[in-house]
Design a protein around this ligand. Structure first.
Ligand code: PMP
Length: 432
């Protein structure tokens, strides 16, 4: 039975009058899948319900924060207890101390950490710090990696491989774009050339240690270590953007998972347990440069917000329980296996990337290991797949170039239902 979307459609129309595009973050508008988005009314565990009462198994999980699913009881109780003490004080609390200690204990490269309110703020602040520490201006990012929407990082590759970047958005000044160099994910040779040419000007290399924003693309063997070596050789800082991977690939993040240590780490999502948060941290000697310990200015009215700290602490406590990651990853593997069998049975070319609880099914016959190969995906097929899944009550990211997020709340029967639905959705995609 095809669900109705009448209430959502009406709200989306009204929203477009008062909110640009009707949404507060572009991907939510469902543009690339040619639909209007359901407006969500409530959620629980692995499920979402929209304003029209349609129920979905949710694989977006708010784009990653909800590794425990929606309304995990321990997180809910902690937030409720915290609410009774107020919502924000603009003054230090024990909660900030606790979460900072937990982050420092979990991430081997992090000795000090500063809380902010979003992943964007974390990467923006980390770049400023890296520039201050090295007294250099240029940064290197990788095509297809996303680090938030501040000027230095809304940059794509220019025409030549070694040219400086060009803005991906109007409003980003050319002179800022000129300080960002675009490299290719999993291409150490190109990076070596970039360093040979501009090494003395490069403050930092920022990377998603496992890319999640061009769909899931794992680092090739030796890639992250290669970055580490080049940064050491040229005196640049290595920044791991672990906004997605932190506390997801393992409790110690991607840095523990791949055993490569960055100088600075950016966090967000999971450490806020579903409330707005970000953080950046690293070696003491670098972090001591942040105001008021040092001269690099960075501040925030709601930074370290008690509710967000509480939700983060409660989430990390759950993740410390024995066997949590094993069970999460087992379910993710089950899903990946089911999806790839379904795609094969439906006769649609598909390429699967999965690392633990993050996975993407690319609608391409090619292996996907960088932005160029991800871009060979047939996005029309993805849109058909997506629409069919949504109609069958499975809520996926409304874009090919995102991850499927599995949470601890997903059950084996959720996964079975998803795989069954996927077979029909792949059939629909195959007809495109
Ligand atoms: N870095 C990465 C790796 C991300 O995936 C995101 C957002 N999806 C960000 C940074 C930006 O975080 P935020 O949306 O909280 O600003």
């Amino acid at each position: 039975m095809a669900p109705g979307y009448q209430k959502s459609k009406e709200m989306f129309e009204q929203a477009q009058m008062v909110i640009p595009g009707g949404v507060n973050s572009p991907v939510r508008a469902f543009k690339s899948v040619g639909m209007t988005p359901p407006f969500i009314a409530r959620a629980n565990g692995s499920r979402l319900w929209d304003a029209d009462g349609n129920e979905y198994i949710d694989y977006v999980c708010s784009w990653g924060p909800l590794i425990l699913g929606h309304r995990h009881p321990a997180v809910m109780h902690a937030i409720q207890r915290c609410l009774e003490r107020g919502t924000t004080y603009g003054a230090p609390t024990d909660l900030e101390l606790t979460l900072a200690q937990m982050v420092v204990e979990a991430l081997p490269s992090v000795e000090m950490v500063r809380m902010v309110n979003s992943g964007t703020e974390a990467t923006m602040s980390a770049l400023r710090l890296a520039r201050a520490y090295t007294n250099r201006s240029k940064i290197v990012k990788f095509e297809g990696c996303y680090h938030g929407h501040h000027d230095s990082l809304l940059i794509k590759a220019g025409s030549g491989a070694l040219t400086h970047g060009v803005p991906t958005s109007p409003g980003v000044p050319e002179n800022i774009a000129g300080n960002t160099i675009n490299a290719r994910y999993n291409d150490l040779e190109l990076l070596e050339k970039i360093f040979a040419e501009a090494g003395s000007e490069i403050a930092a290399v920022i990377v998603e240690p496992l890319a999640g924003n061009m769909g899931v693309v794992p680092p090739a063997e030796g890639f992250l270590q290669g970055l580490r070596n080049l940064c050491n050789k040229y005196g640049a800082l290595l920044i791991f953007d672990e906004v997605i991977t932190g506390f997801r690939l393992s409790y110690g993040g991607a840095q523990s998972y791949y055993n490569v240590m960055p100088d600075l780490t950016c966090l967000g999502k999971i450490i806020g347990g579903g409330l707005p948060v970000g953080a950046y941290g690293g070696r003491r000697e670098i972090m001591q440069m942040v105001s008021p310990a040092g001269p690099v200015y960075q501040a925030g009215t709601l930074s370290g917000n008690p509710l967000a700290m509480t939700a983060g602490i409660a989430t990390l406590e759950q993740l410390q329980q024995p066997g949590v990651y094993e069970e999460l990853n087992r379910k993710s593997a089950l899903l990946a296996q089911g999806l790839s069998q379904a795609a094969r049975a439906a006769g649609v070319p598909a390429s699967f990337n999965r690392v633990e609880s993050l996975q993407t099914c690319f609608f391409t016959g090619h292996p996907v290991n960088d932005f160029a190969s991800a871009s060979t995906s047939d996005t029309k097929r993805y849109a058909a797949f997506f629409r069919s899944m949504l109609e069958q009550g499975i809520y996926l990211a409304p874009s090919q170039f995102e991850a499927i997020f599995v949470s601890t709340a997903h059950t084996d029967s959720d996964i079975e239902r998803t795989v069954e639905a996927a077979y029909h959705a792949y059939k629909a995609a195959a007809q495109i």
